[in-house]
Design a protein around this ligand. Structure first.
Ligand SMILES: Cc1cc2nc3c(=O)[nH]c(=O)nc-3n(C[C@H](O)[C@H](O)[C@H](O)COP(=O)(O)OP(=O)(O)OC[C@H]3O[C@@H](n4cnc5c(N)ncnc54)[C@H](O)[C@@H]3O)c2cc1C
Length: 459
C-alpha cells in the first residue's frame, strides 16, 4: 500500500505530526516480539480527538489502513504494519485531563504512560493496581485495547474493572462517549466493554476515565523454593484461603538462572526446581510464616525468604519481573496460556511432558501469574538454528499445545491478545459462532476495514 503525496496534502496535520521516512519508521516498525519486521509507510501523531477524527475520515475516503499504536510493548504483533499500513501513534496525546478526588477518578489521554498513572495515584495517596514489567513504556490506551492484566489480577482484576468511561473514534469515523464515568450504567449493550480488549480493531481510544483505589499497606514479598510442581496447588490453596494475597507468581529454576546471570546476581535462597513469589500485606506476614512453616515441616518447600523492608521486596520482585528482559537477548517463541486453577496441577504435568517431548533441544522458560491460572511459555532459539526454521518448528508444536489447552478448556491467549501471532489458532479457544459474531461486529464498527486489518482474524 503506497500513499499518494497529493492525498497526504489533504490531511490537516502539521509537519511535526507526520513522519514519512527516516529512523523513526524503523523504530516504530519494530515491536517487542521481533519476529516480523514492520514496514509502516508513514506515522501520524494526532494531538487531539479532532485530529483522530480527521485521520479516520481521510483514511476512509482513500481506503488507507490505519494501525493504532501505544507503547509497542504488546506481545501479539498487534501494532505491526506488515503491508505498509499507516501507524497512528498516541505519543503526542499523553496528557492528564482531569482528576476528581471525590470520585477518585482520573481522565487521561491514551498516550499517558502506565507507570506515570501509578505515580500520580501515589502522590494522591491512592493506588492504580495495574502493574507489570513493561509499565514504564506501555500506554493506557494500549493497556485498555489489550485489557491488560499484570501481576495483581488475583486481587484487583484486569484493567477492565477500572475503566468507567471511554471516548473512542470508530473505524466509521463516529465519536462515541461510552460509560461517561458512571459507576452504574445499565443502558443496553455495554459498548465500552466491547472496546476493551478489542486490540485496536474496532475503534481508536482517545480518552479514558479510570477509578483509583486505596493503596495496600506495607507490601511484603515471600519467595518460596519448592521441589515438586504437584505441591503448588496445595500451597496456593493454603495462602488463598487464609490471606488476601496481592500476587501469586511462579517461575522455574531455569528462568531464575537467566535472571541471575543477566543481572550478575546471586540467589537469595537455596535453589530448587520451582519458585513461588507471593505478595501480601504486612498485617498478614505472621499468618504467611505459619503457612510456610507447616509446608516446610512436610518437606513441601525447600527454602523461603520473607522480605524485611521495601528494598528487599523490590529485589525479590526483580527475580520474577526481570525474566522477560533477561531472555530478550535470545530469539524467543512465546505462548501465553491459561487454564482454571483447579486443573492446573494436571495441566502442568502434561505441559512438562509435551515440552520435553517436542522441544528436546531447546531451552524452555516457563513462568507466569499462577494464581490466575496463567503461564507464559518461552522457547529460546539456539544460536545454531536459523530463525525461520526455529519459528516453523515452534509453530508446528503450537497445534499440539493448543489441542492440550482445548482438552483442558483453557485459553490460547490469557492476556497478550491474538493480534497476528495467534490469529491462525483462534478457533482452538472460540467457536465458529463466536468468531462469526466478532466478524459481524467488526464490519459494523469498521465497514471499510481500515482499522488494524488482518489482526485477530481475516475477514
Ligand atoms: C516485559 C513485558 C511484560 C508484560 N507483562 C504483561 C502482563 O503481565 N500482563 C499483560 O496483560 N500484558 C503484559 N505484557 C503485554 C503488554 O505490555 C500489554 O499488552 C500492554 O497493555 C500493551 O500496551 P502498549 O501501550 O504497549 O500497546 P501496544 O503494544 O502499542 O498496542 C497493543 C494493541 O493495542 C492497540 N492500541 C494501542 N493503543 C491504542 C489506542 N489508543 N486505541 C486503540 N487501540 C490501541 C494496538 O493496535 C495493538 O493492537 C507485557 C509485555 C512485556 C514486553
Amino acid at each position: 500500500m503506497s500513499i499518494k503525496l497529493e492525498h497526504l496534502e489533504s490531511l490537516q496535520l502539521s509537519q511535526d505530526q507526520v513522519v514519512t521516512s527516516g529512523s523513526k519508521l524503523l523504530e516504530h516498525g519494530t515491536d517487542w516480539l521481533k519476529i516480523w519486521a514492520g514496514q509502516p509507510s508513514l506515522i501520524l501523531f494526532p494531538k487531539s480527538t479532532k485530529d483522530v477524527l480527521n485521520i479516520v475520515n481521510w483514511a476512509r475516503s482513500y481506503k488507507y489502513p490505519l494501525i493504532p499504536e501505544g507503547g509497542r510493548t504488546g506481545l501479539s504483533g498487534g501494532t505491526l504494519a506488515l503491508k505498509k499500513e499507516i501507524l497512528v501513534s498516541f505519543d503526542k496525546m499523553n496528557q492528564l485531563i482531569d482528576f476528581n478526588p471525590f470520585e477518585r477518578t482520573v481522565t487521561v489521554e491514551p498516550g499517558f504512560i502506565t507507570q506515570d498513572l501509578q505515580e500520580f495515584a501515589k502522590e494522591k495517596s491512592l493506588y492504580f493496581p495495574i502493574s507489570f514489567a513493561a509499565q514504564g513504556s506501555s500506554q493506557i490506551g494500549g493497556n485498555i485495547a489489550t485489557n491488560v492484566g499484570g501481576v495483581h489480577v488475583i486481587k484487583y482484576g484486569n484493567i477492565k474493572r477500572y475503566v468507567l468511561g471511554l471516548e473512542v473514534v470508530t473505524g466509521k469515523g463516529e465519536l462515541l462517549k461510552l460509560g461517561k464515568g458512571l459507576v452504574k450504567n445499565a443502558v443496553g449493550y455495554s459498548l465500552k466493554d466491547l472496546i476493551i480488549g478489542s486490540e485496536g480493531t474496532l475503534a481508536f481510544i482517545t480518552q479514558a476515565t479510570l477509578f483509583l483505589v486505596s493503596p495496600p499497606e506495607n507490601k511484603q514479598v515471600f519467595l518460596i523454593a519448592i521441589e515438586k510442581s504437584q505441591d503448588m496447588l496445595q500451597i496456593y490453596k493454603a495462602f488463598k484461603n487464609q490471606i488476601e494475597i496481592l500476587a501469586f507468581e511462579f517461575f522455574t529454576d531455569l528462568a531464575l538462572k537467566h535472571v541471575l546471570k543477566h543481572g550478575g546476581l546471586s540467589s537469595p535462597l537455596n535453589r530448587a526446581p520451582f519458585y513461588l513469589l507471593i505478595e501480601l500485606e504486612g498485617k498478614d506476614s505472621e499468618k504467611a510464616l505459619r503457612i510456610f512453616e507447616n509446608f516446610y515441616e512436610k518437606n513441601f518447600v525447600k527454602d523461603g525468604i520473607l522480605s524485611q523492608n521495601s528494598k528487599q521486596a523490590q529485589d525479590l520482585w526483580k527475580l520474577r519481573e526481570n525474566i522477560s528482559e533477561a531472555i530478550s537477548c535470545f530469539k524467543t517463541y512465546k505462548n501465553d496460556v491459561s487454564v482454571r486453577m483447579s486443573k492446573m496441577t494436571d495441566f502442568l504435568q502434561d505441559l512438562d511432558k509435551l515440552l520435553n517431548h517436542h522441544y528436546p533441544d531447546f531451552e524452555k522458560i516457563v513462568f507466569g501469574h499462577l494464581g490466575d491460572g496463567n503461564l507464559h511459555i518461552n522457547i529460546l532459539k539456539p544460536e545454531s538454528w536459523e530463525k525461520k526454521n526455529f519459528t516453523k518448528e515452534c509453530e508446528k508444536v503450537n497445534n499440539v499445545l493448543f489441542e492440550l489447552i482445548k482438552k483442558y478448556e483453557g485459553s490460547i491467549s490469557a492476556e497478550h491478545g491474538i493480534g497476528l501471532l495467534k490469529k491462525d489458532y483462534l478457533f482452538y479457544s472460540c467457536s465458529q459462532e463466536e468468531i462469526a459474531i466478532m466478524k459481524s461486529l467488526k464490519k459494523i464498527f469498521d465497514p471499510d476495514q481500515i482499522l488494524n486489518p488482518g489482526k485477530i482474524f481475516d475477514l
